[in-house]
Design a protein around this ligand. Structure first.
Ligand code: HAM
Length: 419
């Protein structure tokens, strides 16, 4: 069958044979976040475009190329959210969450939108999970956020992943580092791609994130941020590593992590699955000590991460981690005869009131067709309702695996199946 309409490029439907996997992964994420005492926050999927333009940075790919921007009927400019951190911080400031005691530990899941070139693991509408911890600059919090992510991935059973960390310093350090990059790249200016030539003057660090082959080759021997860290940044980074060891999170230091968004300071990290190909980041994050103030709040530090559920799903399918099945109803109803079929709903409703999941297909009327369907959906029981039996207040419960059956009074039915 061909439809008159097609999916927008870079989007996908989650069909029933995948939706149960999806629900499983989201459930594991939410439970892990709760284990670390994070509370859920839900923000709208669109915000003022300026929120993202200012926080992600005007030279970031997100702002330059990837935003779904639109103007509403009153001429206000909005954007479908490309990421979740700026909206969470906007909500934190607007709702004055800073006033409540302690560090605000928040988690979220939901669709994000980036007008990117679609490929395996990269979509225009994708679904992120993420956390943000706002209100502490303590290196313990950096390590705990990374440990939360690590625990989540472990609970899913994934083994093919690697944790890489880096420090991108503070504003002062970044300025010195940018200067060093300008000195390093300027002699190669003519060989750089068009975008990188602009980056060189506006945000030299972005050069290190460029996907163009020649730019990457030139960047190979570029100075690394770690060599420019001051004492405070180095001490912070060292303590993060100490806490990570205590949390038993294995990691390696990758001094080349720069991150594609402007708000990062100090710790930056990525979780990679190299088997995924080009889009190998299953998630990433870092500290953002200037963002809350930039969005109009007090000067409060924060740290968080986000990842795409799609890449987790791909990773889990690759490692064969889904042994589960789609939802299987506990009882398949087989109604034989007109009277039984006319009364079927009252028996079904009795079972559902007891939280027993039930399937019945009124289009199938013969015993053979109904038993075949019960087998096909792998239901453990078939409940056979016949005209004569119903008159006597009796039904037959058939154990489909064991091939045995018993007769039961309707009044005993729910308690029997439950037990
Ligand atoms: P990000 O690195 O832009 O960071 O995205 C985080 C993750 O989202 C990526 O590692 C990847 O798994 C997934 N992702 C990004 N773009 C796509 C796409 N087009 N298709 C599929 N998956 C994608 C952020 O979004 C920051 N807000 C993370 C953060 C939270 N930093 C601090 N707190």
């Amino acid at each position: 069958m061909s439809s008159k309409y097609n999916l927008p490029r870079g989007t996908y439907d989650i069909l029933p044979d995948v939706s149960y996997k999806w629900e499983y992964i989201i459930g594991v994420f939410k439970n892990t976040a709760k284990l670390f005492n994070y509370k859920e926050i839900v923000t709208p999927i669109f915000e003022e475009a300026d929120l993202f333009e200012r926080s992600s940075g005007e030279t970031s790919d997100i702002v330059q190329k990837e935003m779904y921007k639109f103007t509403d009927k009153k001429g206000r400019v909005f954007a479908l959210r490309p990421e979740g951190t700026a909206p969470v911080v906007r909500s934190f400031v607007e709702n004055n969450l800073a006033a409540s005691a302690g560090i605000q530990k928040l988690f979220y899941t939901g669709p994000m939108f980036r007008y990117d070139r679609p490929q395996k693991g990269r979509y225009r509408q994708f679904y992120q999970y993420g956390v943000e911890a706002i209100g502490s600059n303590h290196p313990y919090v950096d390590a705990e956020v990374i440990a939360l992510f690590y625990t989540f991935i472990q609970k899913l059973g994934l083994t093919e992943f690697e944790v890489q960390i880096n420090s991108v310093g503070n504003a002062k350090v970044a300025e010195r580092y940018d200067q060093a990059l300008i000195e390093y790249f300027t002699p190669h200016k003519d060989e750089l791609c068009f975008d990188c030539q602009t980056r060189l003057t506006k945000k030299p660090r972005r050069l290190l994130d460029c996907k163009v082959k020649r730019c990457r080759e030139i960047g190979q021997a570029a100075p690394v941020m770690l060599d420019y860290l001051d004492e405070e940044c180095t001490a912070h980074f060292e303590q993060v590593k100490t806490y990570l060891n205590q949390f038993k999170v294995p990691y390696s230091v990758n001094p080349k992590i720069v991150r594609g968004l402007d708000y990062y300071t100090h710790t930056a990290f990525e979780f990679l699955n190299h088997k995924l190909g080009a889009q190998n980041a299953i998630g990433a994050g870092g500290r953002y000590n200037g963002l809350v103030e930039q969005i109009g709040g007090k000067s409060l530090p924060g740290i968080g991460f986000a990842g795409g559920f799609e890449r987790l799903l791909l990773s889990m399918e690759e490692e064969n981690l889904f042994s589960g099945e789609e939802l299987i109803p506990q009882v398949y109803i087989v109604a034989i005869g007109e009277k039984a079929q006319a009364q079927v709903a009252s028996i079904i409703s009795l079972l559902r009131q007891e939280n027993i999941s039930v399937e019945y297909d009124p289009e199938k009327t013969s015993l053979k067709a109904q038993m075949k369907a019960a087998d096909k959906i792998k239901s453990p029981y078939a409940l056979i309702l016949g005209d004569d039996e119903l008159e006597r207040g009796v039904v037959t419960l058939k154990y489909l695996q064991e091939r045995k059956q018993i007769d039961l009074a309707i009044s005993d039915l729910s308690s029997y199946i439950k037990s």
